[in-house]
Design a protein around this ligand. Sequence first.
Ligand code: COA
Length: 157
Amino acid sequence: MDRNDAGEPRLRPAEPADHDRIVAVLDDWWGRPISAGLPRLFLDHFHRTSLVAEDGDGLAGFLVGILSPSAPGLAYVHFVGVAPRLRGGGLARRLYRRFFALAVADGRERVRAITSPVNGASIAFHAAMGFTVTGPVPDYDGPGVDRVVFELRLPPR
Ligand SMILES: CC(C)(COP(=O)(O)OP(=O)(O)OC[C@H]1O[C@@H](n2cnc3c(N)ncnc32)[C@H](O)[C@@H]1OP(=O)(O)O)[C@@H](O)C(=O)NCCC(=O)NCCS
């Protein structure tokens, strides 16, 4: 149930109502309070470029992505998360690849994401996916809020 032929969780476009189930697991999946970083507006206004993964046990993972309305060549991943029970199995890679395809189809040339310097898993994941890793950039998100910046060049459409 809710697995594809290879027995993997199924991916689908997100819907606004997914916010409730995503926000319910965020702090647990991240291991620290993070849910304030994903207000409802992201699912209300960017669900068409966001993805949900599900299997028979429920929410397996998600990606909140944006095709920047202001920077024409740029796509941006705001959050990606995989249920702890499924980590290390390639689900985040599948979510990213699906988002890359969507971004390329829209003519985007680069994907960017950021993370907190304490998030070693995120830094390792993005490096493994081929992103350049810059930083920590001091004060990136305001005084004292340093961030690591990731960027990947997409193949042409
Ligand atoms: C980061 C996260 C999304 C990775 O999800 P995942 O499904 O386990 O990742 P994948 O299995 O698709 O891994 C893809 C690649 O990244 C590497 N990778 C993923 N997590 C890693 C970790 N913690 N340490 C080292 N490498 C890691 C894998 O080894 C793999 O590389 P490979 O193919 O060269 O072996 C997951 O750990 C998570 O949800 N963490 C909490 C939320 C979070 O911090 N999100 C990111 C910031 S928004």
